[in-house]
Design a protein around this ligand. Structure first.
Ligand code: SF4
Length: 100
């Protein structure tokens, strides 16, 4: 039985060797491309998360029960990137309007 398999494998050697070479390198290249793709996605996601302005906003409370007094459902989410109510923490002009 094994003798038969051995002879069959030797018969297909000219095809199997290049086929295994191509499959092995194909899998290696696919794995490397997958790693680069994952790194690129992580960088893009990180940039998007750093674009959320809430931590620098005057209305951000840093309290997990009520993260923002103006937009509590959008605070610290991607929807907050274009938030119309964003006011910088150190915006003295705005605080003088509120105080008066
Ligand atoms: S007002 Fe807008 S930017 Fe400011 S903390 Fe609330 S959601 Fe974030």
């Amino acid at each position: 039985m094994f003798q038969f398999l051995y002879s069959v494998l030797h018969f297909f050697d000219p095809i199997l060797v290049p086929l295994c070479f191509i499959v092995a390198w194909g899998m290696t290249i696919a794995a490397i491309l997958g790693i680069f793709s994952a790194i690129r996605d992580a960088i893009a996601r990180s940039r998007q998360m750093h674009a959320i302005p809430c931590t620098n906003c005057r209305f951000f409370t840093n309290n997990h029960r009520l993260k923002c007094t103006i937009q509590p459902f959008t605070a610290n989410t991607e929807e907050a990137i274009q938030c119309r109510d964003f006011q910088e923490k150190n915006n003295n002009a705005y605080s003088s309007i509120i105080d008066s």
